[in-house]
Design a protein around this ligand. Structure first.
Ligand SMILES: Nc1ncnc2c1ncn2[C@@H]1O[C@H](COP(=O)(O)OP(=O)(O)O)[C@@H](O)[C@H]1O
Ligand SMILES: [Mg+2]
Length: 277
């Protein structure tokens, strides 16, 4: 049964132009409604406006025009943006941005400093968060003593600290090998399912998009596609489309080996399917 969905992000005609006059139109009329509990992958080629969108949602940047509401708050009307950021949004970046001189647990305690909590309660919460991301054995390690994947786990624990309405992650696995990428994505998916955390994750990695239940594709600052991944094969089809064979079929060049099994006869139908994904 369809659960009642709470809107956590609403943008209307969001536009961002960098520079003046004929500046770069990084976002060009983006209207999106995102719901609590969704796991949204934002995809698209480099320069398509993904980071700009994320930065505006996290109040790190201002739109040139259009409306941006996060958790019911119109960001143009929010007086204290620092407070908004610390209460409502958790950030995870490609480079983890941990403080190098603080241990894992101390890094996770940083966003909890503003909370009226005892030191002991703060420590317990940070410990619990590090447990949630599977890092209990590393609580007293410095970032320099951790692997890339472990550092990203600390960054995720830190992002979760204040129970944010949304977690914004900009290419969170961009610096990781494929094994660590898969582990981090499993973790994000698990947090999404078990804790109901809402994720908006920028990526151009289809393996990462596999964790999502919705894929928003940007091109030239516009929403090119916005699709729900209730079709388990969608990501596979996208991957196939980008493979050598997928390209060959799209270009009408079915390799001779595949003529033998009659693929050339169905190539037109396969091509039509691939063109839509
Ligand atoms: N601070 C900036 N000043 C000028 N142009 C920018 C700035 N940030 C991004 N851009 C431009 O805006 C467009 C979108 O950038 P970005 O949002 O970073 O794309 P993506 O994250 O999809 O690669 C690009 O053309 C980029 O060069
Ligand atoms: Mg970017």
């Amino acid at each position: 049964m369809e659960k009642e969905k709470r809107i956590v992000v609403e943008t209307i005609n969001l536009t961002k132009i960098y520079g003046d006059g004929v500046g770069v139109r990084a976002l060009d009329g983006v209207s999106l409604t995102l719901y609590a509990g969704e796991f949204v992958a934002v995809m698209g080629p480099s320069g398509s406006g993904k980071s700009t969108l994320l930065n505006i949602l996290g109040a790190l940047d201002l739109p040139t025009s259009g409306v941006c509401k996060v958790n019911g708050q119109d960001l143009a009307k929010v007086k204290d943006l620092d407070r908004f950021r610390s209460k409502t949004v958790g950030f995870v970046f490609q480079l983890h941005n941990l403080i190098p001189t603080l241990t894992s647990i101390e890094n996770v305690e940083v966003p909890l400093q503003e909370e009226s909590m005892s030191n002991r309660a703060r420590r317990e919460r940070a410990e619990q968060l590090l447990g949630l991301v599977g890092l209990s054995p590393r609580v007293h390690f410095l970032p320099g003593q951790l692997s890339g994947g472990e550092r990203q786990r600390v960054a995720i624990a830190r992002a979760l600290a204040n129970h944010p309405a949304i977690i914004l992650a900009d290419e969170p696995t961009g610096n990781l090998d494929s094994k660590s990428t898969a582990e981090i994505m499993d973790l994000l998916r698990q947090l999404n399912r078990e804790q109901g955390t809402t994720f908006i994750v920028v990526t151009h990695n289809l393996a990462v998009a596999r964790a999502a239940n919705r894929i928003v594709t940007l091109r030239d600052g516009r929403v090119l596609r916005d699709e729900r991944v209730d079709n388990a094969y969608l990501v596979d089809l996208k991957e196939f489309k980008e493979s050598t064979l997928g390209h060959a079929i799209l270009d009408g060049n079915v390799p001779p080996e595949l003529h033998a099994i009659g693929l050339d006869k169905v190539a037109e139908q396969v091509k039509a399917v691939l063109e839509k994904v």
